[in-house]
Design a protein around this ligand. Structure first.
Ligand code: BT5
Length: 255
């Protein structure tokens, strides 16, 4: 089945940062990484990625002209911070703009219990100072179909709503929303977003698998801390889970 595919028109993208657009690239996160001197809040966008990446070296399917494959370059002044909180805020920005979404902690955006978007945040630091943070956002927008191995777990806005969405206005809406939230995060921290994140988080109240170093155990997700960590309970004991250390898998369904 052919996707609803077209090239982006970068002139229709209206964001407060500088926009770098390519028809095809290996990965927009790599584009951002290579652009050492690009200003803070630059946005790298491509119509297609040949080497789209997820976390832990996983692949991210990025077919031509139907999704949003973009990376935001941030250059905050200061000490190394917990970039997992930036991931949560980016997820919340996506979820605010795209109606009907929920979030699987920490970085999956869901519709109908399937993944419609994912976020990959990377940081480079030197002598305890941040050089840059790259927030990679992948959203399935006008995809009609997915490769066999993703059919059960991936969805797109088109599949959910049966209408073709304009990617330029989604990019503008999500990026500007994220910039406003990020500025607030820099002054006030994650805690101001905790309640909203918790409300949108489909993981809370569910049984999950916690996977550390190949070891898998069952726990119940109870809530989110002021720092964006997951509060889980297993065998009557409360644990605070940082997304860098533990992988969380839904026990039933994807959430
Ligand atoms: C993520 O990783 O969800 C992060 C995805 C980030 C993609 C963006 S696109 C722009 C920027 N440039 C990049 O190269 N990357 C970022 P993770 O949680 O590890 O999920 C990866 C898993 O999701 C894969 O192993 C597949 O099972 C599944 N997957 C792959 N492609 C998908 C897609 N298009 N939609 C839904 N699920 C997908």
């Amino acid at each position: 089945m052919k996707n609803n595919s077209s090239n982006l028109n970068p002139d229709k993208i209206s964001v407060s940062g500088k926009v770098y657009y390519k028809k095809t690239t290996d990965s927009t996160n790599l584009d951002a990484k290579r652009a050492e001197n690009a200003p803070d809040k630059s946005v790298f966008i491509a119509d297609m990625q040949t080497n789209g990446r997820g976390r832990l070296g996983r692949d991210w399917s990025s077919p031509k002209g139907c999704g949003i494959w973009m990376s935001i370059l941030l250059k905050p002044q200061g000490e190394i911070c917990d970039i997992s909180q930036v991931t949560l805020i980016a997820g919340l920005a996506v979820s605010r703009v795209i109606e009907g979404t929920s979030i699987k902690w920490p970085n999956d955006i869901l519709m109908s219990n399937k993944k419609v978007a994912g976020i990959l945040t990377e940081m480079s630091a030197e002598s305890g100072k941040i050089k840059h943070i790259i927030v990679g956002i992948g959203i399935n927008v006008n995809n009609k179909d997915f490769p066999e191995e993703l059919k059960d777990k991936a969805t797109s806005l088109y599949i959910e709503t049966k209408s073709v969405a304009e990617r330029e206005s989604l990019i503008s809406g999500i990026t500007n929303e994220f910039f406003t939230m990020y500025d607030r995060f820099l002054t006030d921290g994650f805690s101001v977003f905790k309640e909203e994140y918790t409300d949108k988080c489909a993981t809370i109240g569910k049984e999950v698998y916690l996977i550390t170093d190949g070891e898998k155990r069952v726990a119940k997700a109870m809530g989110i801390t002021d720092k964006g960590e997951l509060i889980a309970e297993s065998n009557g004991k409360t644990e605070i889970i940082n997304s860098c250390e533990v992988s969380v898998r839904g026990l039933l369904g994807y959430a």
